[in-house]
Design a protein around this ligand. Structure first.
Ligand code: SAH
Length: 335
């Protein structure tokens, strides 16, 4: 085979990423993995349970077998593989569903335009609104979004509890804390710790019905560009700064620096951009920020160090949590 042929095959393989994503997301939307939790089923049994056309579903099942999510068994039965089980509710179903949901899928058709002119995000070009304005106006998309982010966050929450010792702290605020999985994990692990979940009003409302109220978690709604809850020992800012440009990120950090107790700490959890040409999940996340948030972007460690300095803080330690996700611990400058 000529090198041209093999390059062509490789490119075709890369382009097929769309098919894989769409098939996985459709499976998640249909609830396929949940239906196969108890036992293997035939395609007609599945079609009945999932309210699908049997022939169309069998075409999806064939692709999912090829991708290793399902295994075909004798007598026309399909079983979940370990990989396929990740599409169950409570695992990564919510995330897979979100990736293919129309409000998340359509913006990518405008990526080239956003690269030409990032002043309007691909999301805004597709929906006419910024991401968070859209979520405020569309409760169903907001539900899909926050559950997806939360599915991704649960593993990082456990890693954060292990990577950082909260046992000497009394209070922690999770800024832009979404549905509260980080705080839920923290208060379960640290019996004297109290937490404040701080997010936009709509999200706090959603969080209120998402988890059982906990006596040591307070739900507070507000705008972190205007004010943040005062006087905590630590402020967690997880996957928030990457939604914003430097001036906006600095504003959030400045408000935390002012609100901190004297020995307080700011705990940033973000993916870091690393040097080198490799298949980097943070680089993809950076493109996701370009598509969804326009001005938002991922940063290198040196960039965070500078942002922190400008906000009156200094970077103390950096610890790997899961994959590319890092915990950056900062303290007031001079502390
Ligand atoms: N920290 C969570 C959620 C990250 S998504 C996690 O890692 O799982 C970004 C969060 O920032 C969303 O929950 C969003 O509602 C919140 N947010 C966006 N703008 C905000 C604002 N102006 N004030 C407070 N929260 C905001």
């Amino acid at each position: 085979m000529s090198t041209d042929d093999s390059a062509q095959r490789e490119l075709l393989q890369l382009l097929s990423g769309k098919w894989v994503t769409a098939a996985l997301s459709a499976a998640a939307e249909l609830g396929l993995a949940d239906a196969l939790t108890e036992r293997s089923l035939s395609s007609s049994e599945l079609a009945e349970r999932l309210n699908c056309d049997a022939h169309a579903l069998s075409r999806l099942l064939r692709v999912l077998c090829g991708e290793g999510l399902l295994a075909s068994q004798p007598h026309g039965l399909y079983a979940l593989t370990e990989l396929g089980a990740q599409l169950q509710t409570g695992k990564l179903r919510e995330l897979a569903r979100f990736v293919g949901a129309p409000f998340m899928w359509q913006p990518w058709a405008n990526l080239a335009d956003a690269v030409r002119d990032p002043s309007r995000s691909a999301f805004e070009r597709a929906t006419g609104q910024s991401l968070f304005d859209h979520l405020d106006r569309d409760p169903e998309d907001a539900r899909i979004y926050h559950h997806a982010v939360d599915a991704f966050t649960r593993a990082a929450a456990r890693a954060l509890c292990e990577a950082f010792d909260f046992s000497d702290l009394d209070s922690v605020v999770d800024l832009g804390g979404g549905l509260g999985s980080v705080l839920t994990e923290l208060v379960a692990r640290y019996p004297k710790l109290r937490g404040v979940l701080y997010d936009r009003p709509q999200v706090i409302k959603q969080a209120g019905s998402h988890f059982a109220q906990h006596p040591r978690i307070e739900l507070v709604s507000g705008d972190f560009f205007e004010q943040v809850p005062q006087g905590a020992d630590a402020y967690i800012i997880k996957h928030v700064l990457h939604n914003w440009d430097d001036a906006q990120a600095q504003r959030i950090l400045e408000l935390c620096a002012k609100a901190l107790k004297p020995n307080g700490q700011v705990l940033i959890v973000e993916s870091l951009l690393l040097p080198g040409d490799f298949r980097d999940a943070t680089a993809f996340l950076d493109l996701e920020m370009l598509a969804l948030c326009g001005k938002g972007h991922e940063r290198k460690k040196s960039h965070y160090r500078k942002l922190l300095q400008q906000a009156g803080l200094s970077l103390r330690t950096t610890t790997q949590l899961v994959g590319e996700v890092r915990l950056l611990v900062a303290v007031p400058r001079g502390a």
